[in-house]
Design a protein around this ligand. Structure first.
Ligand code: NAD
Length: 477
């Protein structure tokens, strides 16, 4: 049984309760984690507060940055071990898990080197006064993250908070806490003082809800579903603390008839298949100009039909989905689309030898999908691609903006005027032009508009989110 990490010590739940850790690849339990709750959240928040009053709170930005960079190096030194843990916990292919751990290290390198680079300002004011704007940590920050990219979202959320000098309490997803727990050991070995990072494992409705509602926290970074995001925002409002919400998406790939198809097709397939479609930024809607849809869609379908799902060790295009609830959710959407008579354009395969108890889904591409169908508007969070034709530029924009979400979009055309017009008109936190989600994007501010959430993570903007400003007004005569 893996204990929690609070105040630099390893702790079982007070009542001894635990949760099973199940491998999505075969459905078998292979470990247990502590089932923390309100009591452990109290301890973690107190430990974080003590860290702010102790060595961590007294460190300079440069010293904090140095520790963060050492954490990044620790992650690289244990890269394969962490990738194996992540692959087993999530079921994702080993190559994907290895990439996730590289990105994890990158977050600590990036924010480690940025820790002393977010400078203040001076502000011209009335005569005889000197005014400066300084940046300060918020205090104790809470981080609630989902199961799809556990190592990446942990790092994305915690690294900028630490860089700004906050003390953190992390609640990993109950399905995937193992990489976070191993990470805590590596962060300690890198010299992170006790209490700067605390990890409470457990159920969302217990540990997560207790953390979001805790009066001792000063900020919440939440990544997850819209339903829980709304609860977290309500909890934050009760204490008037700020929160960032990184929620769902239904991201469009907008393809015009002058696209460089050879370049676009593999990227478009990967954008929905990666992580078995369980990516908030999955390119789950393929919008294609009607005049050439048959030709282009046939090429995507051909590539899509070659997709294979298998175990982490098989290392194919994707793994299983996360848990039985996710499996049922995806199956419900697929069955609904079939019953509605929406044509299947292509199907991938579940690899031979994939264990029968694993949560595998056959990847499927539907189209043309009616604009009012669930598949056209709702986030499936599985390897399901919806193809929708559009007539012209104006219609493409209407269709792209036709869901409640606004997280990511891509525009594909060789016409640079059209590229920029459409990119400007699409409602999304990030728009990629003739590429998609390129390179992990640790440096690139990221976040939603509309129902995809608010606030920005990644890049230097995350450090602004996770800090506050103080205006100092000095009368010197
Ligand atoms: P989820 O909302 O069920 O869980 C996310 C986290 O919230 C988990 O740690 C969970 O334990 C916790 N939680 C659950 N109930 C809670 C409660 N009542 N109070 C406080 N915390 C609670 O989401 P999920 O199913 O793990 O993840 C899938 C969703 O996350 C998808 O909608 C996906 O789009 C979204 N997501 C968004 C991003 C992004 O950056 N925008 C990234 C990854 C996933």
């Amino acid at each position: 049984m893996k204990p929690m990490f609070i105040g630099g010590r390893w702790l079982a739940a007070r009542d001894g309760r635990s949760l099973p850790v199940v491998s999505p690849a075969d459905g078998l339990t292979f470990d247990h984690i502590a089932r923390g709750g309100a009591h452990e959240v109290d301890l973690a928040v107190a430990a974080a507060r003590a860290a702010l009053d102790g060595p961590w709170g007294r460190m300079t930005a440069t010293e904090r940055g140095r520790i963060l960079m050492k954490i990044g190096q620790q992650v690289l030194d244990h890269h394969e071990e962490l990738a194996q843990i992540e692959a087993r916990d999530t079921g994702k292919p080993l190559t994907t898990a290895r990439n996730d751990i590289t990105v994890m290290a990158r977050y600590f390198e990036f924010y480690g080197s940025a820790a002393d680079k977010l400078h203040g300002q001076t502000i011209p004011f009335v005569a005889g006064h000197q005014v400066s704007l300084v940046r300060e940590p918020l205090g104790v920050t809470a981080h609630i993250v989902p199961w799809n990219y556990p190592a990446q979202t942990l790092s994305r959320s915690v690294a900028p908070a630490l860089a700004m000098g906050n003390a953190t309490v992390l609640k990993p997803a109950e399905d995937t806490s193992l990489s976070a727990l191993r990470f805590a050991e590596l962060a300690t070995a890198a010299g992170l003082p006790e209490g700067a990072l605390n990890i409470v494992t457990g159920l969302g409705e217990e540990a997560g809800a207790a953390l979001a509602a805790h009066p001792g926290i000063d900020f919440i970074s939440f990544t997850g579903s819209n339903e829980v995001g709304a609860l977290v925002q309500q909890a934050a409002a009760r204490h008037a603390v700020k929160c960032t919400l990184e929620l769902g998406g239904k991201s469009p790939q907008i393809v015009f008839d002058d696209v460089d198809a050879a370049r676009a097709v593999p990227i478009i397939v990967r954008a929905i298949i990666q992580n078995a479609g369980q990516t908030c930024t999955a390119g789950s809607r393929l919008l294609v100009q009607r005049s050439f849809q048959h030709e282009f869609v046939a090429r995507v379908a051909e590539a899509f039909s070659k997709v294979r799902a298998g175990t982490p060790e098989m290392d194919l295009d994707c793994g299983p989905v996360m848990n039985p609830a996710q499996l049922q959710r995806v199956q419900r959407y697929v069955q609904g689309a079939r019953e509605a008579g929406i044509p299947v354009l292509a199907e991938g395969r579940i690899a031979e030898g994939a264990p029968a108890g694993g949560y595998y889904v056959q990847p499927v591409m539907f189209g043309p999908v009616p604009r009012d169908a669930a598949l056209a508007r709702e986030e499936v969070f599985g390897p399901v691609l919806a193809v929708l034709p559009f007539d012209d530029e104006a219609d493409a924009i209407t269709l792209a903006n036709g869901t409640d979400y606004g997280l990511l979009a891509a525009v594909w055309t060789e016409n640079s005027g059209r590229l920029h017009r459409v990119a400007k008109a699409v409602k999304a936190g990030q728009v990629f032009m003739n590429c998609y989600g390129a390179g992990g994007g640790v440096e690139l501010p990221f976040g939603g508009t509309r129902r995809s959430g608010h606030g920005r993570e990644k890049g230097l903007l995350a450090m602004e989110e996770m800090s506050s400003t103080k205006t100092l007004v000095h009368y010197h005569g």
